[in-house]
Design a protein around this ligand. Sequence first.
Ligand SMILES: [Zn+2]
Length: 267
Amino acid sequence: MFGFLRRWRRERIIARAAIDPAMWEETLQRLPFLDRLTADERARLRATVILFLHEKSIRGASGLQIDDRMRLLIAAQACVLVLNLDIDYFRGWVEIIVYPDEFVPVIEYTDEAGVVHVEREARAGEAWLQGPVILSWADVAPATEGVNVVIHEFAHKLDMLNGDANGFPPLHAGMNRKSWAAAFSAAYADFCRRVEANEDVAIDPYAGESPAEFFAVISEAFFDMPHAVLSAYPDVYTQLKDFYRQDPGGSRGQPIGKSNQVSLAPC
Ligand SMILES: [Zn+2]
């Protein structure tokens, strides 16, 4: 019953929403990694974006004015993560705050000796447990292959569905926790060793910061340069394919799952 009501409500929101078709096309063109999507997937992405924009508040900080183009560019990248999952994977929080450029949060912490430290480090994005996602607008449009701050921060949000980000999001029924742990532990250890040895790595070296960052960075690469993940860490690729229910590096770039998210049939 609740499933029916939820579906009905969603379909009504989608049917009533107006996204300028030219603006939507322009958004897709700015995101070449979405070229692989079929017409059906693009339609589903658009429907997911409508629900996302209905549920989330995107507001500018430090004088940044947010317009519809900006909203769409953020939402389209965030929603590709849940294209074959459900918009409810972004539940439990509402706000997305966008600064014009990199922002510098002041982080205070006390070490074991009781000494208080203050750190200021420029960031392109942040995701807070049960709190907002914070983005730098200058970094929202992907400029470097394999680097995508929106996918990064929203991957953290998926990771945080079961507590602090640790690179271990809640897995679907049928997925195996041991297989996930084995694939990610081996890949993370190998990646850190390569970075320390100054080897050329296709994936952003920031992935070596922690298992949580590894999951977020490898998610960026999974969507933006899937073949790099597939060739470097095929077991991780398989886990991500099962988790996101998408196969961006597949022979036809087709999703492996069927969305249970929204029906586009008129209500
Ligand atoms: Zn991160």
